[in-house]
Design a protein around this ligand. Structure first.
Ligand SMILES: [Zn+2]
Length: 452
C-alpha cells in the first residue's frame, strides 16, 4: 500500500546496470565496493551525531553513483550526516501495512538503515510504538539535499506524530494531539425523503445513520418500514474538536415513530432495553441486510421482500443492489460457506433451538469460516445474483429441525431483561434520557452536559 513519488526505481536501475556489464569480469570488485558501502554505512551510523552540510552534500552525490569508496571518509566527512540520503527530493505517501513495524515501514518506503534508525530515535520519546496500526497514513518528505526532512504518521484523526529536521540539522520528534471533548446531544427529525436526508437536515453526518439503524435492527426494516412523516429522536455522544464533529460515541437513547410502530431503546450497561427494561434484542433481525444508501438506478420499490411459498424454496427474497452487506440474522455458528448449485454462493448459520438460517445468491463472502462463532449483525457476505437467480437479491431461508419454514412466522426470542436489582436505577436513567429526547432538557440545537 505504499505509493511512491521518489525515483527509487531509477536508483535500482542504476545499481542493476552497474552490476550487469562489468559483473563477470569485475565481480570481485563489485563485491568489494558493496562491502565497502556496508562499512561506510556503519561508519556513518556510528558518527551520526556529528553533522556537516558539506559532508551531506558530498555524500548525496557520492552514494547513488557508488563512487564513495573512491573518496574515503576524511577528517571533513568524519562529521558525517546522521543518515546519508539515499534518494532525491520528493515525497512518499502511503498507509501502514498489515504487519508493519515502524522500522519495516520506513525501509519499505526507501529509507536506508541509518535513516530508519534516525527517525525511530527521534520518535522514541513521543510515540508509543504499540499504537501503530495497519491503515494509518504516513508521509515522508525529502528536502532539496535529499535528506529526510519530515516524517509524519497519522495515528488517528486527532493524533499525529512527526519527526522534523531542525535548522541545526537534528531530527526531532513532536506529538500533535488534538484534544476532543465528548458531549451529549439530543436531536430529532422528520423523515421526508430518507433517513439520511433527515439526519443531515438535523445537522449531523451520515455516520450517525449507521449507528441509529443498528440500534433498531431488531425492530425496523429500514429498507421497507420507513415512510415520509415518520419521526425520530436520538441522544448521542459526539466527539468534538473546534466545533467540529470528529465522530460519534454511543447512542444513549433513541426513538422511532411511524406506521411501523413506536420503538424506544435505552442504553444500560452496554445493552439496549425498552422503557420497561425488556431487552431490545429479539431472536432475529428484522432484515438480514445492513441498511445502506440505495444506489441510484436501483428501484427502491423492488426492495420489498417477497415470500416464496414453493415448498422447495420456502424463504424470503430481498431484492437489493449487488454489494449490499448481508448480516447474520442472529448469533450462531457458521455451518456452510461456499458455492452450492442453484443457491449460488451460500452461507448457512446454525443457531440455538434447532434453527438454521440460509443466505443465497451472494456475490462474495466476508472473511468467515465454517465452525466460526459469530454475533448477530456480523457481515457474512454481499448481495449478488449467483446460482439460479433472475436478478440481484438475497434469498433468506430459515430451517427448523432441518425443514425450511416461513421465516416471518418464527416466534421472537428475547434477550434477558434488566435484572430486578437494577430495575429502579435503570428506570431513573431511562426517564432522564427520555426527557432529554422529548426536549425537556435539550432538543435539536441545544447541547447538554455529559452526565455521569
Ligand atoms: Zn428466493
Amino acid at each position: 500500500m505504499v505509493r511512491r513519488r521518489t525515483h527509487r526505481r531509477k536508483k535500482r536501475a542504476a545499481y542493476a546496470s552497474l552490476g550487469a556489464a562489468p559483473a563477470k569480469k569485475n565481480g570481485a570488485l563489485v563485491l568489494l565496493v558493496l562491502g565497502a558501502l556496508v562499512v561506510v554505512n556503519l561508519y556513518v551510523f556510528v558518527w551520526d551525531k556529528k553533522t556537516s552540510v558539506a559532508a551531506i552534500k558530498q555524500k548525496a552525490t557520492a552514494v547513488p553513483t557508488m563512487t564513495l569508496p573512491a573518496t574515503p571518509l576524511d577528517s571533513g566527512s568524519a562529521q558525517a550526516a546522521a543518515a546519508a540520503p539515499v534518494a532525491p527530493p520528493g515525497a512518499v505517501e502511503g498507509k501502514v501495512g498489515k504487519s508493519d513495524t515502524l522500522g519495516r515501514l520506513l525501509k519499505k518506503s526507501g529509507l536506508s538503515a541509518a535513516e530508519t534508525d534516525e527517525v525511530i530515535r527521534a520518535l522514541s520519546g513521543v510515540l508509543d510504538f504499540r499504537t501503530i496500526r495497519a491503515g494509518q497514513s504516513f508521509r515522508i518528505d525529502r528536502g532539496p539535499d535529499g535528506r529526510v526532512k519530515r516524517f509524519e504518521l497519522e495515528l488517528s484523526k486527532i493524533q499525529k506524530v512527526r519527526a522534523e529536521r531542525q535548522p541545526s540539522g537534528e531530527l526531532v520528534g513532536v506529538a500533535d494531539n488534538t484534544q476532543t471533548k465528548l458531549e451529549i446531544r439530543a436531536l430529532s427529525g422528520t423523515i421526508d425523503s430518507s433517513l439520511y436526508a433527515a439526519i443531515k437536515k438535523a445537522g449531523e453526518t451520515a455516520a450517525l445513520v449507521d449507528f441509529f439503524v443498528d440500534v433498531f435492527a431488531y425492530d425496523i426494516d429500514f429498507f421497507n418500514d420507513t415512510h415520509d412523516g415518520d419521526t425520530f429522536r436520538v441522544v448521542v455522544e459526539r466527539k468534538m474538536h473546534d466545533g467540529q464533529v470528529m465522530g460519534y460515541g454511543r447512542i444513549l437513547a433513541a426513538e422511532y415513530k411511524g406506521k411501523v410502530g413506536t420503538f424506544q431503546t435505552f442504553l444500560w450497561n452496554g445493552k439496549y432495553y425498552d422503557a420497561t427494561g425488556a431487552s431490545s434484542e429479539k431472536g432475529m433481525l428484522k432484515t438480514p441486510l445492513k441498511f445502506v444508501r440505495v444506489t441510484s438506478g436501483f428501484d427502491r420499490n423492488r426492495m420489498h421482500p417477497v415470500l416464496h411459498t414453493v415448498r422447495a424454496h420456502l424463504g424470503v427474497d430481498y431484492a437489493a443492489p449487488v454489494g449490499t452487506p448481508v448480516w447474520a440474522a442472529a448469533s450462531g455458528t457458521v455451518s456452510f460457506c461456499g458455492p452450492s448449485g442453484g443457491a449460488g454462493n451460500l452461507v448457512m448459520i446454525r443457531h440455538q433451538d434447532g434453527i438454521e438460517t440460509a443466505y443465497m445468491h451472494l456475490s462474495k463472502f466476508a472473511s468467515i469460516k465454517v465452525g466460526q462463532k459469530i454475533e448477530a449483525k456480523t457481515v457474512i457476505g454481499y448481495v449478488g445474483t449467483t446460482g439460479l437467480s433472475t436478478g440481484p437479491h438475497l434469498h433468506f431461508g430459515v430451517k427448523k429441525n432441518g425443514e425450511f419454514v416461513d421465516p416471518t412466522k418464527l416466534a421472537p426470542m428475547r434477550g434477558k431483561p434488566v435484572t430486578p436489582a437494577e430495575l429502579d436505577a435503570f428506570r431513573v436513567e431511562a426517564t432522564k434520557l427520555e426527557s432529554m429526547m422529548s426536549g425537556a432538557i435539550g432538543l435539536a440545537e441545544s447541547r447538554v452536559p455529559r452526565h455521569a
